[in-house]
Design a protein around this ligand. Structure first.
Ligand code: UT7
Length: 334
């Protein structure tokens, strides 16, 4: 995406939160026809986190944002805009952004929720980038947060072993140095993929009724094999595209930050880009697929571990329901 504005947008702080409760693969062995071995070899997941039933998505988002503010040494009143990526908002409306704004006392911020499923974080980051590049906003929080346990059918072995709960947040600020921060973004959608991955109940097409609940329409539905095939191609192609478009080689990339849906998809993507495994951010084994939260939790964990350095090139890539997919190239700024 061409930047015609006066600024580049750079990430200046990161934070994340995962609930304490760990659900390992053996938990599912106790009541489903599945095994730790199947789950690990087919997905790469060993365990995931589950948020307390009584707590909403905003609880995790706020914890992630608090860490981000602490790291940057600023107060919430400095924030201009809050964008929340989620498929599990606290409720249909008001937006989770409004709930966070009130709970945190973000008196100078406006905000909204953005729904792009597993690509929600990168779509939100691309949206936030525009406000920074144009010079109209100076501090934007983008938070990816999902309580997937709220929309998971724990009787369906095809999906329940995949998902976890988490939140990750980044702060975006302007820089006049056009050589750092977010360098490029390529975003795509294809509604043809909707039939393979969706949640049919609860919207205006199928409002909640006893029937929609009985038919399990308020849970994630996925035809895994089809999504797998399309995800491998979509994510690998767009990651390669952004690298080539910006005249970079695999050697110049410090990290691929992939959406964490399946270790085999991640490996295929890294291979296409010519990256060794140590250049791929991974936390799928500990958290599973946390939808909007996978990419920002990875970045936050690696940054806090001292593994991300100034001038590192990061390629953030995702593929998810919609279909939605894309890549963002970042030159790390701090
Ligand atoms: O995040 C948004 C985008 N989502 C994705 O990118 C997910 C993409 N899809 C996947 O990651 C994989 O397709 C899954 C992990 C969901 C499934 O792996 P798979 O290798 O594609 O398995 P499959 O769906 O082809 O199923 C193979 C077999 C089936 O049995 P039959 O029909 O061959 O007898 C399934 O019923 O594995 C069976 N199976 C299981 N077996 C043990 C499915 N789930 C399980 C399970 N434990 N939990």
């Amino acid at each position: 995406m061409d930047n015609k504005g006066p600024y580049n947008a750079m990430i200046t702080s990161v934070g994340h939160y995962v609930p304490d409760r760990v659900i390992d693969n053996r938990y599912f062995e106790q009541y489903l026809d599945t095994s730790d071995e199947w789950i690990r070899t087919r997905t790469g997941i060993s365990e995931r986190r589950r948020l307390d039933k009584s707590k909403p998505t905003s609880f995790m988002a706020i914890k992630a944002i608090e860490k981000l503010l602490q790291n940057r040494g600023i107060g919430i009143e400095e924030i201009d805009l809050i964008i929340v990526a989620s498929v599990t908002p606290d409720m249909i409306y008001p937006s989770t952004a409004c709930i966070i704004q009130k709970e945190m006392g973000a008196v100078n911020a406006w905000g909204f929720d953005l729904l792009a499923a597993c690509s929600g974080f990168i779509f939100s980051l691309t949206t936030a980038m525009q406000f920074i590049q144009a010079g109209s906003h100076r501090k934007i929080i983008v938070v990816g947060a999902d309580k997937m346990s709220a929309i998971t059918n724990f009787e369906d072995r095809n999906t329940c072993i995949l998902f976890g709960d988490a939140a990750g947040a980044v702060l975006l600020e302007p820089t006049e140095d056009k050589s750092i921060g977010i360098i490029d973004a390529i975003m795509k959608i294809d509604g043809e993929g909707g039939k393979y991955l969706h949640q049919l109940g609860g919207g205006s097409l199928n409002p909640a009724t006893h029937e929609t609940v009985d038919k399990r329409m308020h849970f994630v539905y996925q035809e895994g094999k089809n999504v797998f095939k399309d995800a491998v191609k979509g994510m690998a192609d767009v990651s390669y595209e952004i690298m080539k478009k910006n005249n970079l080689t695999g050697e110049q990339i410090s990290y691929l930050v992939p959406h964490q849906a399946n270790m085999r998809i991640i490996s295929a993507c890294a291979e296409r880009m010519g990256l060794s495994e140590d250049k791929v951010m991974i936390n799928i084994h500990r958290y599973g697929n946390t939808t909007s939260a996978t990419i920002p939790t990875c970045i936050s964990e690696y940054w806090h571990a001292g593994k991300v350095k100034k001038d590192d090139y990061l390629v953030l890539s995702s593929f998810g329901a919609g279909y939605t997919w894309g890549s963002i190239l970042v030159k790390w700024a701090y």
